[in-house]
Design a protein around this ligand. Structure first.
Ligand SMILES: Nc1ncnc2c1ncn2[C@@H]1O[C@H](COP(=O)(O)OP(=O)(O)OP(=O)(O)O)[C@@H](O)[C@H]1O
Length: 861
């Protein structure tokens, strides 16, 4: 609620001291100067975008002001804090959408929050005032638009502590005029558009009560005039402030559910500046109109009934026409921008559909300077109205305005013949001489009656005026004349029905009064019903539009999500196809491996059965190669195969040669250590896989070259065969590291001398090498499930190794014998087998753990 007491002071609404406010008896040439005119006819127009400012009423004020309204419950629920429905940056307002999650952003020339008025005034209004004073723009209009209770009146009128745009304009106007130092006259007008009719607030302030008679609007081409409107010649800011304050009290206001002092009309305060040279008005003038629009209301929310509902319907209708005017203007401007052949026809801008738009025909057709401030609220109930206001602002900000400096007015026309005067309709006629006298008696001192506009000669204006104004007035006159005739006929009939009988005049009068009363009630009921229907319809349309827009946004979001999901699905399908392919390959490889292993196993069994251990070992070595290679390839397709093959090749050859050769054929004496196989690279599992295969073969080679009994059927060879079988199985079932581990262990069973070169710690590792060799033999035995000589030899080899390396490695390592037996055996085996890179930890890694589990699984199978 605007604190009017503060603004207006404690004075009565009637203006008591009007010494400085001189109502002007204007000359004709001045009278025809339009109040709101168009710059369309002016040369040298400049086109600029329409500026739209947004102002957000603070959340706490929003809650408090609605709580104070007549209808309780409009504010937030108990315990509920103020909600931040709108987020603002310097030039953008985002509204969090009700449908959840997202928000819509709208751009403005500038966004203001809080209660400070100077910032908005300095940014939005003062530039317009400067243009007025410099007579640079013929017509400027600053309009405050927004839902009821969002702070339009606060902005335009303000409080004592925070004066609004109008008081600030008045204060600054006279300063600027003084600075300019040229001759001028300032005329002020203040009127309201209530229920689509114009009422003069200055005249009402002068009379001390709301003027009953409304004024006509004359549209002359692109200009709008309000004949009969009081223009006060005002010479100081103080006088202007008093005038404004007194007239503001007269403005129609009442409490509603949304605002305890809601304006029920659009208020227009106009400053007109006339250029004066050598004491004469030149005819050049400019106007600045500051408009406080009534707030749009939702009937469902305000719960208005009766006259308030009618007021509300009128407000909404005029605002909706205003919106449609801007829409049509936008359409026409877009069409013009596309150029000839752009498609579509220009729309008629529906300015005639309401008084408000008629008054501002100039700016609503894009001629003149229109600036808007749109008002929003953080109150929880304002979602829909905020949405509507934001969309209105967004539409307006896409418009262009053609602005020009005012030109000299045309020379005054000669006085017209008496017959040319326009008869005013009965409802708008000026008071008769008698009435005028009676009225003049009530007029405040200092005011003079305006000459009735109908008496003002207006050549060249008549046709326009007839066209623009008269149809309605004439119809009204006709209706009134018809009604008078009907009453006369009725009276005549009443008098006649008695056939000369005496008529009870009192009865007739009372009946007539009843009829009139009923007619009035009927009219009121009709208007109320129409207003209610219109309000309901408009509300439905507005909410339907907004719901549609929200649904469209939601649909867009869902479409985006759908597209993203489609992409993900396609990627997943591609991946599934690739995986299926890989699986098929893996199955095929695994089958081939199994088959190869079966063959090798059969060969080994055959060899074991026939006693050709050397060959069996060689075969095992060969068997290990593809298995290990395949394994490495599966795990590391790029490098595993090559490395495994490279590592396996010489070892396999050596194994085959050794197995076939008789003891000592290697050229070394019995008991001499076989040379270590070259060490394969040691940088990861893939090398280890290759190393595992090598180890298996080296194990076989070691078995063959151990230099034991001639004929190649040594116990070591048998052990090597058994270990090779184990290695084959391991290579097939385990990872590269595991293959190394087991194959290395197999190597340890035969390469008795290999523990030696491991230098330090070899002695202590050798023992465990032996143990592992024995274990490999046992594993081999278990796997094959046979009791052939090879197994026995394997165990025997293990036992033999338990004795041998200590003797061989002990002297080098300086003893250490059984120390570190269990774990180091693996290392010794690995080193001895030529895997080379294995460390004592190799068998302890998580890979080895997995390997063991896998082995167990293989065994179970
Ligand atoms: N920016 C603001 N800072 C502080 N108070 C505000 C602000 N805006 C509005 N108010 C307060 O909110 C209440 C309603 O504001 P106001 O009467 O100006 O709304 P309105 O838009 O003119 O409503 P209506 O269209 O119904 O006339 C008033 O008490 C006013 O003082």
């Amino acid at each position: 609620m605007v604190e009017q007491e503060d603004v207006l002071g404690s004075e009565d609404a009637r203006i008591s001291d009007v010494s400085e406010i001189e109502p002007r008896r204007l000359r004709y040439s001045e009278e025809v100067l339009p109040l709101h005119w168009s710059d369309a006819v002016q040369p040298g127009k400049c086109v600029r975008p329409l500026k739209v400012y947004a102002r957000i009423k603070p959340a706490l004020v929003a809650a408090a002001s609605t709580d104070g309204g007549a209808g309780a419950g409009a504010g937030p629920a108990a315990g509920e804090g103020p909600q931040q429905l709108l987020q603002a940056t310097a030039t953008e307002v985002s509204q969090v959408l009700r449908c959840g999650g997202n928000s819509m952003a709208y751009s403005f020339t500038r966004v203001f929050e809080g209660s400070d008025q100077q910032e908005l005034y300095g940014t939005a209004v003062e530039p317009l005032l400067e243009e007025l004073v410099g007579l640079r723009t013929g017509s400027s209009v600053f309009m405050a638009y927004g839902a009821s209770g969002t702070g339009k009146s606060y902005t335009m009128q303000g409080t004592a502590a925070q004066p609004g745009m109008i008081p600030r304009t008045l204060s600054r106007l006279y300063q600027l005029l003084e600075e300019r130092g040229k001759g001028h006259q300032v005329q002020l007008c203040f009127y309201e558009v209530y229920e689509n009719r114009v009422y003069d607030l200055l005249q009402s302030a002068r009379l001390g009560k709301r003027q009953a008679q409304h004024l006509p609007i004359q549209v002359l081409g692109a200009h709008a005039c309000v004949p009969g409107l009081l223009r006060c010649h005002c010479t100081s800011a103080d006088a202007g402030q008093r005038l404004f304050a007194a007239a503001s009290r007269i403005r129609t206001q009442s409490a509603t559910n949304t605002n305890s002092e809601s304006s029920r009309s659009h208020a227009v305060f106009t400053v007109q500046l006339l250029e004066v040279e050598q004491g004469t008005v030149t005819g050049r003038s400019a106007t600045l109109s500051l408009v406080d629009l009534a707030g749009a209301e939702r009937a469902g929310r305000t719960k208005n009934v009766g006259s308030k509902l009618r007021e509300s319907a009128n407000i909404n209708t005029s605002l909706s026409v205003l919106g449609r005017c801007l829409e049509a203007l936008r359409h026409n401007q877009a069409l013009a921008a596309r150029g000839p052949g752009g498609g579509g026809a220009p729309r008629v801008i529906p300015v005639r559909e309401s008084s408000l738009t008629q008054l501002f025909k100039g700016v609503l057709t894009g001629q003149g300077n229109l600036v808007l401030s749109v008002h929003l609220s953080q109150h929880g109930d304002e979602y829909d109205t905020n949405r509507h206001t934001l969309r209105f602002g967004a539409l307006a900000s896409r418009l262009q305005m053609a602005v020009a400096a005012p030109a000299a007015a045309p020379p005054p026309p000669p006085p017209p013949p008496a017959a040319a005067s326009i008869p005013a309709p009965a409802s708008q006629q000026q008071p008769s001489a008698g009435q005028g006298r009676a009225k003049r008696q009530r007029v405040q001192p200092g005011f003079e009656e305006q000459p009735p506009i109908a008496e003002v000669p207006e050549e060249g204006v008549e046709e326009e005026a007839e066209e623009e104004l008269q149809p309605d007035s004439r119809r009204q006159q006709e209706v009134e004349a018809g009604a008078a005739e009907a009453v006369a006929a009725e009276e005549q009939a009443a008098l006649g029905t008695g056939g000369g009988d005496v008529v009870d005049a009192a009865l007739v009068a009372s009946l007539r009064a009843q009829v009139q009363q009923l007619q009035q009630q009927l009219v009121v009921a009709e208007e109320t019903a129409r207003a209610a229907a219109v309000a309901e319809w408009e509300e439905l349309v507005a909410s339907g539009r907004e719901e549609l827009e929200e649904a469209q946004q939601r649909a867009e979001q869902l479409e985006e999500q759908l597209a993203a999901a489609g992409k993900e699905l396609a990627a997943a399908q591609r991946e599934a196809v690739a995986l299926r392919k890989e699986l098929a390959q893996e199955r095929a490889a695994s089958k081939a491996r199994e088959e190869a292993l079966e063959v090798q196993l059969a060969e080994l069994r055959r060899a074991a059965a026939t006693g050709s251990y050397g060959q069996g070992a060689a075969a095992a070595g060969q068997a290990a190669e593809p298995a290990a290679t395949v394994h490495a390839e599966e795990r590391h397709p790029d490098t595993g195969r090559q490395q495994a093959a490279a590592a396996a090749e010489p070892q396999a050859q050596a194994a085959a040669a050794a197995a076939d050769a008789p003891a000592g054929a290697s050229g070394r004496p019995a008991g001499e250590r076989a040379p270590l196989a070259p060490l394969p690279p040691t940088s990861g599992n893939k090398q280890q896989s290759g190393g595992g295969a090598s180890a298996a073969r080296a194990g076989a080679a070691g078995g063959g070259s151990g230099g034991r009994p001639a004929g190649g059927r040594t116990r070591n060879a048998a052990a090597a065969a058994a270990a090779a079988v184990a290695a084959v199985a391991d290579a097939a079932a385990t990872s590269g590291g595991g293959a190394l581990h087991s194959a290395g262990a197999a190597g340890a069973t035969s390469a008795t001398g290999t523990a030696g070169p491991s230098r330090q710690g070899a002695g202590r590792h050798a023992g465990s090498g032996k143990a592992e060799a024995a274990a490999a033999g046992r594993r081999s035995k278990r796997r094959r499930g046979t009791e052939d000589g090879g197994e026995a030899d394997g165990e025997a080899a293990g036992k033999q190794l338990e004795e041998q390396p200590v003797a061989e490695a002990g002297p080098r390592a300086g003893g250490g014998g059984a120390h570190g037996h269990a774990e180091a055996g693996e290392e010794a085996g690995a080193v001895g087998a030529g895997g080379g890179m294995a460390t004592a930890d190799a068998g302890k890694t998580p890979v080895a753990g997995r390997t063991r589990r896998k082995r167990q699984a293989v065994r179970q199978r």
